[in-house]
Design a protein around this ligand. Structure first.
Ligand code: NZQ
Ligand code: ZN
Length: 383
């Protein structure tokens, strides 16, 4: 087992009706800014629940955070904060709203041009306190300190993070997923699934408990994912999905084990160039990452085949092939297409992504093998 530090200060308020409890978690003298997306919370009653809960607080609102939140929009929110003396941020939405809020929290207190946080990894020294109400189980942003921001102008999508950006609390009320579209429900299942994989599908490191945690999340997603996808109003399924997605990326299962994350970084490029939903980019890339790096991930692929899919009576090679196939079929069963051609992505984009890996000197993955050469192989295998 590798050495690790594990730190997660986010308080979780889980269950139906929990939005009503947020007021007591936010200092009474705070000036709160409620940050939200394109308006789904105004249609499904979440905005009203938040407004009711904050009736004795002073608060303002900022809407319009896009899916794949834009740097340009976040900068507008930062301006508003500075003119209105806001000192507490409340994200109400999915991963994009949470991520945008994290960037706003850091950017509002940053000395200099906030883009440097993303582009040059400039150090965050201060951030406004933030918390949130989650409406889409998927990213884990509700209980972690990372975020991903897109700059429209340059078609760049870059991650950043800092411990100051852990939400103070997050409300996880599974009943708010009832209004999700099939597309967003499916995206959430797949994103959470691939988060587990980025921390599981590497090489054995003797951390048996982490492997079992990871497998339990995968099995829950496989068992409850289809029912939730067909009916996001099913409270029991939604509750299991929501907690699984949070546990998949709150730092717990990735502690003390090698991490990969190359599928995510390739996926971000597909979103940056083609605006493909985050989870869909992962569903395209993951089978390619596994096929190209099969020998490096061999033991874990076999373990996954046996323990998660119950494939025990086959040769090791067959176990690996079947596990890759079953994973792709699982994504397809949720209505998610898994080939670049399904999204009209051709050779030109592959070349652009390879060039970006070259320019950035990126060699990613648990063994730093995902450089320009393997990225090209991975993407070509997904044509
Ligand atoms: O904008 P609104 O009107 O809120 O509508 C959203 C949006 O159109 C809608 N939605 C959310 N909750 C809803 C709802 N519609 C009806 N009912 C509800 N209850 O769903 C659409 C997509 O929302 P978005 O927040 O973009 O989705 P998701 O949660 O999948 O977040 C994706 C973003 O998170 C980043 C991704 O890169 C992407 O930018 N990620 C963040 C991570 C992190 N911070 O740790 C890790 C992830 O790997 C991921 O990279
Ligand atoms: Zn993700």
């Amino acid at each position: 087992m590798n050495n690790f530090d594990f730190y997660n200060p986010t308080k979780i308020l889980f269950g139906e009706g929990k939005i009503s409890e947020i007021a007591k978690e936010i200092p009474q003298d705070s000036k709160v800014m409620v940050i939200y997306g394109g308006g789904s919370i105004k249609k499904n009653g979440v905005y009203d629940q938040v407004a009711d809960a904050l009736e004795n607080h002073s608060w303002t609102a900022f809407g319009g955070i896009e899916p794949n939140p834009r740097y340009e929009t976040c900068m507008k929110a930062i301006k508003k904060i500075q003119t209105e003396d806001v000192d507490f941020l409340l994200a109400v939405g999915g991963g994009s709203v949470y991520d945008g809020t994290k960037f706003i929290a850091a950017g509002a207190m940053f000395d200099g041009e906030p883009w440097d946080i993303l582009k040059r990894g400039a150090k965050i020294k201060k951030a406004l306190p933030l918390a949130g109400v989650l409406t889409l189980p998927a990213t884990g942003s509700e209980m972690n300190s990372g975020a991903v921001i897109t700059r429209e102008e340059t078609q760049e999508k870059l991650p950043f993070g800092h411990p100051l950006l852990f939400p103070k609390f997050s409300v996880l009320d599974p009943s708010v997923t009832a209004s999700l579209s099939y597309r967003q429900a499916a995206n959430g299942v797949v994103d959470a699934f691939v988060h587990v994989m980025e921390q599981y599908m590497t090489y054995p490191s003797g951390n048996h408990l982490q492997a079992r945690f990871a497998e339990s999340i995968l099995l829950t997603l496989i068992e409850d994912g289809p029912g939730y996808y067909n009916d996001p109003a099913n409270y029991e399924k939604a509750a299991n999905l929501m907690w699984s997605a949070t546990m998949a990326l709150n730092g717990l299962i990735g502690a003390g084990v090698p991490n990969d994350w190359s599928t995510h970084m390739i996926g971000h490029e597909l979103t940056a160039f083609h605006e493909i939903d985050h989870a869909r980019t992962l569903a395209i890339v993951l089978p390619g990452t596994w096929s190209v790096l099969k020998s490096d991930k061999r033991e874990q692929l076999i373990q996954y085949a046996e323990r998660v899919w119950g494939i025990t009576s086959a040769s090791d090679e067959d176990k690996i092939e079947q596990a890759i196939k079953k994973t792709e079929e699982f994504f397809n069963s949720l209505g998610i297409k898994t080939r670049l051609s399904d999204y009209d992505v051709d050779e030109t984009t592959i070349r652009k992504i390879v060039k970006r890996f070259e320019e950035r000197g990126w060699h990613l993955g648990e063994k730093q093998k995902v450089g320009p050469g393997n990225v090209e192989k991975i993407l070509k295998s997904r044509a």
